[in-house]
Every structure is written in C-alpha cells, then in structure tokens.
Design a protein around this ligand. Structure first.
Ligand SMILES: Cc1cc2nc3c(=O)[nH]c(=O)nc-3n(C[C@H](O)[C@H](O)[C@H](O)COP(=O)(O)OP(=O)(O)OC[C@H]3O[C@@H](n4cnc5c(N)ncnc54)[C@H](O)[C@@H]3O)c2cc1C
Length: 404
C-alpha cells in the first residue's frame, strides 16, 4: 500500500484524503490545530469544483449547509443606507454556485473521511528527509515515521512548502491589501444579511448567515506590506484598531468585540505563485501551491479541484509519483492561472480608493435594478468568474481501487 502523509486538515487535505482512499492509497492527515477547525468565513464552490463535490456524493449535504444569504446593504458613517444588492443579483445561476461557511465544508469533508483515514491532530511536521524509497518525517509531538509521499495542504503559509521548497517570501505575492475576519455577537440582529461600510482605502462590514446565532466582522484595507509577528494576536488587534480608528458606523463596537473573538484572523491578501508544485516525493495542493487569495473568491474551488486531479493523476500513473505529479501540474496549470487572474480586478471593487469612487459605485448599484441593460452589466461581472471556474475539463480517473 502507498502511504501518503498530508499536512493540513481544512479543505484540500481531507478532499485529497477522500480521493486517495477511493483509489486504494493509504492517506494520513496531520493537522496542527488540536481539533477540527470549524470556524471561518463564507466561501464559494463553483463550476468544476461543484462537479467534484457531486462526484464525491456530497452535493446535497453541501447544499443543505449553504449560507442562504439574502441581501447586502451598504451604509454610510451614520448607518444610513446608500445602496443594497440582493444576493441573487450577483450570485451564480441557480445551482451554479454554493456559498457555505469554510468550517461547515471542513466538517462535511472530515465526516466523509474520518472512518477510513488516520487523522493526527495537534501535531506538525518538523523535518522531511527524502531517501531512495520514501520520506522520513519527524513530528513536533508524535514519533518519526516513514511515508512514500508527503503532501503539503497546509495553506498560504505552508509548513511543507517551507521545508521542501524554502522561504515563503519567494512564492507569496502581496496584492497590496489586508483582510481581517472574526466572530462577533450579532448585535444588529442580522438575518442572512451583509452590511458594508465603504470608506476610501478601507471597508468594514458585518454579516450573519442565519446558520449560527453570531455574526462575522470583516475589515479590508489597502496597505503597503506591514511588519508584525504572525503569532502575536494582541499586536495584530492593536494594528487593526489603529488603522480603523475614527471610522464611523458600527466600527468602534466591532473593534471592541475583537478582544473576545475566539478566531481573530488578520493576513495580507496574497497569492502563491510557483513554477513547480512538486519536488522529489513532496507535492503541494490548494492554497499551499497556488492560493489565489481571498479576493479571487476561488481558493476553495481550486483546493477541491486540485485534490481531485492530484489523487486521480497518482491513481492513473499506478502510483508512479513522478508521472502522477507531472500530469497533475500539466492538467491544473491553466485552471490555476485563469482563477488567479480574477483577484486584481475583484480587489478594485472591494476596496475603493476615493470618496468619489464610492459615490459612483453606490449610484450605479441604486440605478442597476431599473436599467434596461442590467442583465448585460451583471454578465460583465459574473462571466469572467464563470469562465475561470469552468476552465478545466475533469477527467474520469480509473485507478484500480484495490489496496495499493
Ligand atoms: C478571510 C478569508 C476569506 C476567504 N474568502 C474566500 C471566498 O470567499 N471564496 C473562496 O473560495 N475562498 C475564500 N478564501 C480562501 C479559502 O479559505 C482557501 O482558499 C481554502 O480554504 C483553501 O483550502 P486549503 O485547505 O488549501 O488551505 P486552508 O483552508 O488554509 O487550510 C490549511 C490547513 O493547514 C493547517 N496547518 C497550517 N500549518 C500547519 C502545520 N504546520 N502542520 C499541520 N497543519 C497545518 C491549518 O490549521 C489549516 O487547517 C478565504 C480565505 C480567507 C483567509
């Protein structure tokens, strides 16, 4: 049996474990968090990724857990509504796009794999030593073990990538913005509603999906690279409070609530760009290899499709990892590039530069429902996303599905 260690138990890791198991490989997932991380924000699954979820037999389960958002409202510093947009307006066509909380998706993928995949929580790889027929892996907590292959599915700041490919600064490309998200009490009683308060160079918001009693606060801002300790949450909270100091609407209240948030998150909006996603017996999948950034809205879809293509390519190559990795890179590259291209343009609309730009965008949104050409305007926004999300034809991998 081919033993494969996957670092990371969020989206790409469990999805890969699912397919590897289906083809008769023996995957083990190591996750740094002490238990399944169920927190997170809303993410989209579109196009080819939805087809992958279908092939996993999880489409109904994913749809049942959808966010079912109704409306986005844009407000000024006093809370006065500037414009609104129904969720359907820019959503995909019915059935084309499912929005779900990242934590709900991670739980669905974990539930689908936990019975026949070994999960090691609360641990992390400390060293990889490749030999002629395997990789000797040492862990922070558990004893050393040898695997045939190692996969990094451990996100934007991938540990496996650092160990096998070197410093992340060579691969992470900052898109000039930061994002912060954390859980807050739903003090506005939002029901499947998103509120956004745009200001020049920064935007604050809050939404509740109706699937949980609380809400998420979200902050976006343009900035040159900031220097802070990624493990020091107190320092990051202080930074965010300084950047949004003096802003109106509910911003002071949301900033106050961040002290109690169990899941405070702040990071640059960045893309991972690499010439090769494998080195010897080590390969990367999902954000670790080609994170397109939250601004693309396609990170989860790339992770799901990447997991499917990587497992299928290994199965089709009868376990010959060199051939399997080459086929994976070959089949995924165009799809990744098309989706990464979406981020820069999306960002322009997410964080507006000036008060005049904000006024113009709000004016357009108010006008939109009444314009005769509204359908073609909406299509101009949604069509590039649809095209990128379907820019791959999924193969039907065979594999012998007998204990490799
Ligand atoms: C704020 C935000 C908003 C987003 N919005 C969207 C969106 O709207 N649409 C969309 O499609 N995508 C969105 N994304 C991106 C999406 O979440 C990712 O692209 C997707 O989760 C990729 O999955 P992944 O499994 O590759 O990585 P991740 O989900 O980042 O998972 C990596 C996993 O590896 C674990 N890990 C890290 N280090 C180690 C280690 N040393 N050892 C073991 N385990 C480790 C982590 O704990 C985590 O569980 C957003 C991301 C963020 C941060």
């Amino acid at each position: 049996m081919t033993n494969i260690l996957i670092s990371g138990g969020s989206v790409a890791g469990p999805a890969l474990a699912f397919w590897l198991r289906a083809y008769g490989f023996n995957p083990t997932v190591v996750e740094r968090a002490p238990a399944l991380r169920t927190g997170g924000y809303k993410i989209d699954i579109r196009g080819a990724a939805l087809e992958v979820v279908d092939r996993m037999g999880l489409r109904d389960e994913v749809a049942r857990n959808g966010t079912d958002m109704r409306i986005a409202r844009f407000v000024d510093a006093t809370g006065r509504q500037l414009a609104s947009m129904s969720a359907q307006l820019f959503g995909g066509r019915e059935g084309d796009d499912v929005e779900i909380m990242r934590g709900d998706l991670a739980r669905i993928l974990y539930d689908a794999t936990e019975n026949d995949v070994e999960y090691l929580f609360d641990d992390s790889i400390t060293a990889l030593e490749e030999t002629a027929d395997g990789v000797r892996v040492t862990f922070e907590n558990g004893p050393p073990r040898t695997f045939d292959l190692v996969v990094g599915a451990d996100g934007l700041h991938s540990n496996v990538r650092a160990l096998a490919f070197g410093e992340e600064s060579a691969y992470i490309h900052d898109l000039g913005h930061y994002i912060s998200i954390f859980t807050v009490p739903n003090h506005l009683d939002l029901d499947r509603t998103e509120m956004m308060h745009p200001a020049p160079g920064r935007s604050a918001g809050m939404y509740s999906t109706g699937r949980s009693g609380d809400a998420k606060a979200m902050f976006l801002f343009a900035s040159a690279p900031l220097s802070y300790d990624r493990r020091d949450i107190a320092e990051q909270r202080k930074l965010l409070a300084e950047i949004f100091a003096g802003q109106g609407w509910e911003v002071p209240r949301l900033l106050d609530a961040m002290a109690d948030a169990p899941d405070f998150y702040l990071d640059s909006i960045s893309q991972v760009r690499m010439d090769a996603w494998s080195s010897g017996r080590v390969v990367l999948v999902g954000d670790a290899a080609y994170g397109p950034s939250p601004a693309s809205g396609q990170g989860t879809s790339l992770a799901l499709v990447g997991a499917y293509v990587l497992a299928g390519s290994l199965a089709a190559a009868a376990g010959d990892h060199r051939a399997g990795f080459a086929a994976y890179e070959n089949d995924m590259r165009h799809f990744v590039e098309e989706n990464q291209k979406l981020a820069a343009n999306n960002l322009k609309g997410m964080v507006l530069k000036s008060a005049a730009q904000i006024r113009f965008q709000m004016f357009l949104l108010r006008l939109m429902p009444h314009l005769p050409g509204k359908d073609s305007m909406i299509k101009r926004v949604t069509e590039p996303i649809r095209k990128a999300a379907t820019a791959i034809t999924l193969k039907n991998y065979q594999g012998d599905r007998t204990g490799r």
